[in-house]
Ligand binder design. Structure first.
Ligand SMILES: [Mn+2]
Length: 338
């Protein structure tokens, strides 16, 4: 722990003065969690746990922040009385980090944060208003491809469906092992979606071959990418306090390998990432520490991409108007159903 440790900041690193290169953006959002509760406290717990993470990253070969200006934003909390109002607020907040000069890492909060983040990502210069250019890479126990859950189309269980409805061009998923028939039909019928099921990648015989095809898929990507890590994609033993821990999931090193392979792709620009469904574990710290370690891996790989010329600031020159009432007016007819 260095002398200039800052309480509550990511990795304990003091907030940089001036324009940020990397922004850690905590989002205390939890309105639709169906089983466990506490995703709202997750970002704070993750920030606190990150104080115990080593600053030296062996893949990067340096101590973080490795010369980058890093800031930990104040924890965002919605004030609108309705879920749709909060989604609009969240999108407007996320928009602040898509000008192209900064890499945002959002800490959630339930997975319902994804559609407003993707909506805001259209303003990133690499996306340039056309979200069909954007690929979402998702690690998750759940497909999150329901058309609705308990009548709510913005449930966390619909995060991936709504992100495609918002306009994302492609969706790659791994770790998936809990899904409905409706979601399976959608996976098989929608060409934008490629899903790698945990029963295949984690199979004791032949699983490693399927895992290699996942990595090859990541290597074949091009264009802007948002990486979304639902920590329940990991085996439930690693994240016991997350909203819905599920056995049979990805190992820690498979999550790390996914991050390293994605950020190493020279044709890809990872414009942003999120780590979500973090819940403050009270009988230990494994859940929030696992999340903090993977968040650190994401930051370290972003720094490496900068140092090796795969990421450079590309500030947008025009001030595009932002649709601040997108979700409030989101057309129910526009949602995708099987
Ligand atoms: Mn999810």
């Amino acid at each position: 722990m260095s002398d200039d440790f800052e309480e509550g900041a990511f990795l304990g690193l003091p907030t940089a003065v001036g324009p940020a290169d990397i922004a850690v953006v905590p989002l205390a959002y939890e309105l639709t969690t169906s089983y466990g509760t506490g995703a709202c406290d997750g970002p704070r717990a993750c920030l606190d746990a990150s104080a115990q993470v080593e600053l030296f990253d062996d893949h990067l070969g340096m101590d973080l922040p490795a010369g980058q200006a890093m800031v930990t934003e104040p924890i965002w909390e919605g004030s609108a009385p309705t879920l749709r109002g909060q989604l609009d607020e969240l999108a407007a907040h996320a928009r602040l980090f898509y000008h192209g000069g900064v890499f945002p890492l959002f800490l959630g909060g339930e997975h319902g944060i994804l559609p407003p983040i993707i909506h805001a990502a259209r303003h990133h210069p690499a996306v340039d208003g056309d979200l069909s250019r954007l690929t979402i890479v998702q690690l998750d126990a759940h497909a999150d491809l329901r058309s609705s859950l308990d009548g709510e189309i913005f449930s966390h269980a619909c995060a991936a469906s709504r992100s495609l409805d918002v306009g994302a061009g492609r969706l790659l998923q791994a770790g998936v092992r809990a899904y409905s028939e409706e979601e399976l039909v959608r996976i098989n019928g929608d060409k934008r979606i490629s899903t790698f099921f945990a029963k295949d990648t984690q199979h004791p015989h032949g699983g490693s071959e399927v895992w290699q095809t996942w990595l090859d898929e990541l290597r074949s990507l091009s264009g802007p990418v948002h990486f979304t890590l639902d920590i329940d994609g990991l085996d439930g033993a690693l994240v016991p306090a997350t909203g819905t821990p599920v056995p049979g999931g990805l190992s820690f090193w498979q999550a790390v390998e996914t991050v390293e392979t994605l950020f190493a792709n020279p044709k890809v620009v990872v414009i942003s990432a999120d780590v979500n469904e973090i819940v403050a574990q009270t009988d230990g710290v494994l859940t929030q520490f696992t999340a903090a370690l993977l968040a650190t891996k994401i930051v370290a790989n972003h720094v490496l991409a900068r140092r090796e010329g795969r990421w450079s600031a590309m500030l947008s020159t025009q001030e595009e108007p932002f649709d601040t009432a997108f979700f409030k007016d989101f057309d129910g007819d526009a949602i995708s159903a099987v």
